[in-house]
Write a new protein. Structure first.
Length: 384
């Protein structure tokens, strides 16, 4: 069994584990934790659930096992490790697993650590949707993803991935006035979505200059397809839009406003042209935004550990992306944050690398964090 931290990370990187092909890597992680006296189980889709300790508080450490596709050679050079997943997010996962495997649970009177390894984070919600069905009852959670070693992410935006399929009747362009161009309708829908989001920003979004993009609803046109021939009016158009929105607004509120505007547009449009059009909607992903109070105990313990390891004041950040911590925090109703070594700007690139010292530092931080966190929790329990 590998006991050197750097060798453990290198072995993790050597497993090629794109979404849907995590089995070999997950079995390695499970065996490693079992060797260190964790009770380990797999759920029916292949997520890992490992547990050690007794009683409360129960802290959930969770990360994802998969990477994007595109295998890269694992290379150690100039104090760095290169390879697929060297940022997103095997160092974060490895730091969690290694630190809990080597943590001295004998110093605890009460307390439990649960590790969750989730499949298919990069391509679907299959793993996380099954994971939150488990019968665990954590009090706090940390999701392992790169934030840089001196930064803690306390907020993520929500996401709506919505698609529209527009169907009309095709005809020759020589008599185009007799037909409805499905692509033109698709572009009108996109303009409606932009207008609704901009209007909601004016009315509901917080005005904080340093968090301008975090606090905004930002729609993105990501896919538009339609038409087959250059001399035919398109009878079908597919429009896909990805909307990222802040935690102070709900997905349902945004969708309600969008749907009403699109219904109104369809009614007016059909009256003007005296023809029927079909607009089919599909929401393929919906995740609410999530944010935790910066004064929470889990943040205080991690900030203490970072400061006492790195001798610098850690930063609390909010990200404009969306991650599984949103679903975990909302589902369990618990304080939940994201933390991990690595530069997020290198995610999904061919130049993914992790600074080895940063990875080793994150393990030290985690080890100090566990002790401080359990101490703070039990002291608070005594006081109350």
């Amino acid at each position: 069994m590998i006991e050197d931290a750097k060798d453990f990370l290198k072995r993790c990187l050597e497993f090629y584990s794109p979404s849907g092909q995590e089995k070999e890597f997950s079995e390695f992680i499970a065996a490693y934790l079992e060797h260190h006296d964790f009770l380990v189980n797999f759920d029916k889709v292949g997520n890992i659930l490992a547990k050690k300790g007794i009683g409360e508080p129960i802290i959930l450490l969770v990360s994802h096992l998969d990477t994007i596709s595109g295998e890269l050679p694992v290379i150690e050079k100039d104090g760095k490790l290169y390879g697929r997943g060297a940022v997103d997010c095997k160092p974060s996962l490895a730091a969690m697993v290694y630190s809990i495997a080597h943590y001295d649970f004998n110093q605890l009177n009460k307390g439990t650590i649960i590790f969750g390894g989730i499949i298919r984070e990069e391509d679907s919600l299959i793993g996380i949707n099954e994971f939150i069905k488990s019968n665990i009852t954590p009090n706090y959670a940390i999701f392992g993803e790169p934030t840089k070693v001196n930064q803690i992410c306390i907020g993520y935006k929500g996401r709506i991935c919505i698609g529209f399929r527009i169907l009309t009747e095709s005809g020759h362009v020589a008599s185009s006035w007799q037909y409805v161009n499905a692509i033109e309708v698709g572009l009108e829908i996109w303009n409606i979505i932009k207008g609704v989001c901009w209007q909601l920003n004016e009315t509901y979004c917080l005005k904080e200059p340093n968090l301008k993009y975090f606090n905004q609803i930002i729609p993105n046109l990501t896919v538009i397809t339609g038409g087959m021939l250059t001399n035919c009016i398109p009878s079908e158009c597919i429009v896909q839009v990805d909307i990222r929105f802040p935690p102070n607004i709900t997905a349902e509120f945004i969708l309600e406003k969008l749907r009403q505007k699109i219904i109104d547009f369809k009614h007016v449009y059909e009256n003007q042209i005296a023809k029927r059009i079909q607009i089919q909607e599909n929401v393929s992903s919906l995740i609410e935004g999530f944010e935790v109070d910066g004064e929470n105990m889990i943040i205080g313990a991690l900030r203490w550990a970072i400061f006492n390891t790195c001798n610098e004041k850690p930063k609390l950040i909010k990200k404009t992306g969306t991650t599984f911590i949103n679903m975990i925090g909302i589902h369990y109703g618990i304080p939940s944050i994201t933390y991990g070594p690595g530069d997020p700007k290198l995610e999904h690139t061919v130049n993914e690398f992790i600074d080895i010292n940063e990875f080793l530092t994150s393990i030290k931080i985690y080890s100090r964090f566990y002790t401080k966190f359990f101490e703070l929790y039990h002291n608070k329990s005594k006081d109350s």
